[in-house]
Write a protein that binds this ligand. Structure first.
Ligand SMILES: Cc1cc2nc3c(=O)[nH]c(=O)nc-3n(C[C@H](O)[C@H](O)[C@H](O)COP(=O)(O)OP(=O)(O)OC[C@H]3O[C@@H](n4cnc5c(N)ncnc54)[C@H](O)[C@@H]3O)c2cc1C
Length: 471
């Protein structure tokens, strides 16, 4: 339904005109998204300052059947946070709701509003000698509400779980404006359905998360970051199992990179350098975090490497000698999304399979895409310890970017068919948004999909919450 001038004015009066944008120039940064695949139109962007304002906006939108697109830091990679082109959906951006409401180191909990930037929350936890472990390449911009709504993953899932595992309670506003306050700090509460999990990972299609109570952890006393060169993913898997068996939950990251990924980073990241003396086909970035004084981290990592070298799994390895060197290793990994852009078009996938199936998946998927586009440059990298890879393929050198990207769906379906055959997921951590809505219909079993539609209909009968996303 289109918005009358009168309705626009009523909506603006809720936030005040300083926090409402109707002019295209002022709206641009809310309409573009990181991959430039989707660009929507909106008559109005609103930035509410409190939960009451969010509730008032949703009540009015619901009464008038107006679509509302929740938006946090606008770093999502599936176009979930931008409206469609009909110029009928209002963007509700949560950035102004950025207060830390409470932090309690004794209870290891923090209550933050949806608009708190992830890096700010990490720093706030550090001030009270605690760790908030969620860690993403976009952490300087993405916000807690967006992290919960996408159930973000990142580089610490191996030890701490996905965002869902870090949440004690949430405050959420339903489509009709009802506020559900479940901000408890309890670690145990079996009083019926655990409703928070409905909204976590729902990508704004069931309600708007306005605040969350999150878990904090002891800060590691020492961190060991290593960069390792090896021959193939099979050896990486065996190395992973040694590290996981020996270090348990102290193994906090296990990231896989192909040599082409390292070369892209070295070519395009200022000040980067190869941590090892010669090239290897694959690399692992591994991190151990030691929180207890009773474990000698140096001895532990030494014994892991000894065992792996003895089994001929590794070609070379280097341990970061300083925090700065560890940061440099991580920059090579975190820069991978950005540096691929400098290499032209890139067809992307965000898949997961069982950790033990990673070598087979890579073998099959690499064969399939190289057969389809012989000179393409696959750059699969990511969270191997979680079975999650960003199976990205850069265009052949000097190929036409538009022609290459026109094959996006064909290549997606080649790769996704392999994923489905291997009982994997076509979206491990980035969600569905607009990008994977059609694929979801093939990938999800029909009974689960029907249940998702029933839940959507009962929580949002007028379909105003983030229309056209996920379902
Ligand atoms: C360089 C880079 C690296 C990244 N690395 C990772 C990674 O390692 N792991 C990973 O999982 N993701 C990663 N991402 C993707 C992205 O950063 C995450 O999905 C992040 O959680 C999105 O947060 P956001 O605040 O930017 O949300 P947005 O992009 O603004 O929104 C994302 C979705 O959540 C909904 N939403 C936002 N706020 C709310 C709210 N308060 N209530 C209800 N719905 C809401 C939106 O409607 C949309 O559907 C990366 C992105 C970039 C650009």
């Amino acid at each position: 339904m289109s918005l009358s001038k009168q309705l626009i004015q009523k909506l603006i009066s809720i936030t005040g005109s300083t926090h409402a944008y109707t002019d295209l120039q002022e709206q641009i940064s809310f309409l573009e998204e990181p991959r430039n695949k989707f660009f929507g139109k909106t008559p109005l962007v609103l930035q509410p300052g409190c939960t009451g304002e969010v509730a008032a906006i949703l009540r009015l939108a619901n009464e008038n059947n107006i679509g509302v697109v929740p938006q946090g830091g606008n770093t999502g990679l599936t176009g979930g946070q931008v409206p469609d082109n009909t110029n009928t959906q209002v963007i509700l951006n949560l950035s102004r709701m950025n207060k830390i409401r409470d932090i309690n180191p004794q209870n290891n909990s923090v209550t933050a509003e949806a608009g708190v930037v992830l890096a700010t929350l990490q720093a706030t936890a550090e001030e009270v000698d605690r760790l908030f472990p969620l860690s993403l390449g976009s952490q300087g911009s993405c916000q807690i509400g967006g992290n919960l709504s996408t159930n973000a993953g990142g580089t610490s899932v191996l030890a701490y779980g996905n965002t869902r595992d870090l949440v004690l309670g949430i405050e959420v506003v339903l489509a009709n404006g009802t506020i559900i306050n479940q901000l408890g700090t309890l670690r145990k509460d079996n009083t019926g359905y655990d409703l928070k999990h409905l909204f976590i990972g729902a990508e704004g299609t069931l309600g708007i998360i306005t605040a969350a109570t999150l878990k904090l952890y002891p800060r590691p006393k020492s961190i060991y970051t290593a960069f390792v060169g090896l021959d193939n993913p099979d050896k990486a898997l065996k190395f992973f199992n040694i590290a996981k068996n020996d270090a348990g939950s102290m193994l906090t990251a296990f990231e896989l990179l192909p040599v082409i990924g390292l070369e892209f980073s070295l070519r395009h990241l200022d000040g980067s350098r190869d941590p090892l003396t010669c090239k290897h086909p694959w690399y692992v970035l591994l991190e151990l975090s030691i929180s207890t004084g009773s474990v000698d981290g140096a001895l532990l990592i030494e014994s892991i490497f000894e065992r792996a070298f003895a089994q001929d799994l590794l070609n070379d390895a280097v341990l970061a000698g300083s925090i700065e060197q560890s940061r440099q290793f991580w920059a090579l990994r975190h820069g991978l999304s950005e540096v691929q852009r400098a290499e032209g078009g890139s067809i992307k996938h965000d898949i997961s399979v069982a950790v033990s199936d990673i070598p087979e998946f890579l073998e099959r998927a690499l064969k399939a895409v190289e057969k389809a586009i012989p000179d393409c440059r696959p750059c699969p990298f990511g969270h191997m310890g979680d079975g999650n890879l960003h199976f990205n393929i850069s265009q052949p050198v000097e190929a036409d970017k538009a022609e290459f990207l026109a094959r996006w769906e064909e290549i997606n379906s080649l790769v996704h068919n392999i994923v489905i055959e291997m009982n994997g997921s076509i979206s491990a951590e980035h969600g569905i948004g607009q990008l994977k809505r059609e694929i979801l219909k093939q990938a999800k079993d029909p009974a689960s999909l029907r249940l998702m539609h029933i839940l959507k209909k009962s929580l949002d009968p007028n379909g105003i919450m983030n229309p056209g996303k996920v379902l």
